[in-house]
Design a protein around this ligand. Structure first.
Ligand code: PMP
Length: 453
């Protein structure tokens, strides 16, 4: 019989299987997990330094989570949250989400993914604009390098050049400068000046477009898929008053940051701002169920409630919105993160993580370590003083990630950087293992590039 690798490659269309570097080394086909490790069909173990896709924060074999899933499947295995019916789990999760949110009251809407949650909130803002007799209020502001998803709307919000391959963004989606001081700062510009420039740009865009045409501003507290990029100091404090002045809601896309990644429940807590709404997914169920949530603060919740009443309903929803199994798992995941020491472990491990990353950043080919809490990136550079990147044709970050895989560590190449976001259950020993493996891979790859040059 053909190998698992060959079967995966001939039967599964996931564009990445077609990458030359993946083809050369074969697709890793995984059968199970153990704590922060995943195990492939050949019995090889990999420390998953990426928590799956940022989401498996409690590891891959958390008995409490699988028991919660099984118990709910036995009790009531599926339902929707519409037409005046919803499961008790859906109600309980909504109450819990408001309780742990920055809001005293609010409303929750469920989706199957983070993309759909962003897409849903954009539709809510458009619905609201028309109901409030401001039909021109349609434009959505995001930032270059931001990642908000893959549906036509959330991909339009995403500030990545590859969306041009789809003829996106759609009209009405505007991407501002990425607030990455190290890369975007001008020579001689202080970080405070840089932040002021980001705020001035926002003012200019609002003046140019007209505040009455802008429906919302979406931002990840720390950009994830852009390469673990924290905002410049004071960024949210500089932009929020501008948005407030013009009546433009600020939305925090907490799909990655939410539920502990940056050391607080929410990334907006870490950066000390209260958004008008929160988008959640991933760690919401510790990755044990595909689910997203829109959490509306009191102002948007009240306005949307009035607008829906006026036309009898908000005509939007998914078959599995508020799925009882997903909600039961999310309730358990939130309990595990907040009450079983996971968030505490993020806080305890963060200094060690930073120490390890800073040590690796001493490498002459690493230009910057950046990150927050248990998410961080090392940016490869050909020349450190001038921050000159390697030619993209060398695929340096892919080479590093592939070499890590050979060493039994999974980490993610994003642009010219290598991103780590390990599960919250990591031990200090596993943290050491992660850095030992990454250090070995960096050494091998940079030595190899030196030999090639
Ligand atoms: N927003 C952010 C910040 C994300 O990181 C992601 C996924 N990586 C999404 C939205 C989209 O979520 P999903 O993949 O579940 O659609």
């Amino acid at each position: 019989p053909a190998s698992w690798e060959a079967r995966a490659e001939s039967s599964s269309f996931y564009g990445f299987t077609d990458l030359p570097s993946v083809k050369a080394r074969g697709t890793v086909v995984i059968t199970h997990g153990e704590g922060p490790y995943v195990i492939d069909t050949n019995g090889r173990r990999y420390l998953d330094g990426n928590s799956g896709l940022w989401n498996m924060v409690a590891g891959f074999d958390h008995a409490g989570l699988t028991e919660a899933a099984k118990a709910q499947y036995d009790r009531f295995p599926g339902y929707h949250a519409f037409f005046g019916r919803m499961s008790d789990q859906t109600v309980m999760l909504s109450e819990k989400l408001i309780e742990v949110s920055p809001y005293e009251r609010g409303r929750v809407f469920y989706t199957n993914s983070g993309s759909e949650a962003n897409d849903t909130l954009v539709k809510m803002l458009w619905f609201l604009a028309r109901a409030e007799d401001q039909p021109r209020r349609r434009k959505i502001l995001t930032r270059k390098n931001a990642y908000h998803g893959v549906t036509a709307v959330s991909a339009s919000m995403t500030g990545k050049p590859y969306n041009e391959l789809f003829g996106l963004p759609l009209p009405d989606f505007i991407h501002l400068t990425c607030p990455h001081y190290w890369r975007e700062g001008r020579p001689g510009e202080t970080e405070a000046q840089f932040t002021a420039r980001m705020a001035a740009e926002l003012e200019e865009v609002i003046a140019r477009e007209g505040a009455e045409t802008i429906a919302g501003f979406f931002a990840e507290p720390v950009m994830g898929a852009g390469g673990a990029i924290p905002p410049s100091a004071g960024y949210f404090q500089a932009i929020q008053p501008i948005l407030k002045k013009h009546g433009i809601p600020l939305i925090s896309d907490e799909v990655i940051c939410g539920f502990g990644r940056t050391g607080h429940v929410w990334g907006c807590e870490t950066y000390d701002f209260v958004p008008d709404a929160i988008i959640s997914s991933k760690a919401l169920t510790a990755g044990y169920f595909p689910m997203g949530a829109v959490i509306l603060g009191p102002d948007l919740a009240d306005r949307l409630h009035r607008a829906s009443e006026a036309v009898e309903e908000f005509p939007h929803g998914f078959t599995a919105s508020g799925h009882p199994v997903g909600c039961a798992i999310a309730l358990k995941a939130i309990d595990v993160i907040l009450n079983e020491g996971l968030l505490e472990n993020v806080r305890r491990l963060t200094p060690l993580f930073e120490e390890g990353m800073n040590r690796l950043a001493e490498n002459p080919n690493i230009g910057e370590f950046r990150g927050k809490g248990l998410m961080g990136a090392l940016e490869a550079v050909a020349d450190k003083p001038t921050k000159t990147p390697f030619p993209s044709t060398l695929s340096v970050s892919e080479r590093i990630a592939n070499t890590c895989t050979d060493h039994g560590l999974i980490c993610r190449p994003l642009g010219q950087s290598i991103v780590l976001c390990p599960p919250f259950i990591l031990t200090e020993g596993q943290m050491d293992e992660m850095f030992t493996k990454l250090e070995a891979a960096l050494g091998e790859v940079f030595a190899g590039l030196g030999a090639e040059a």
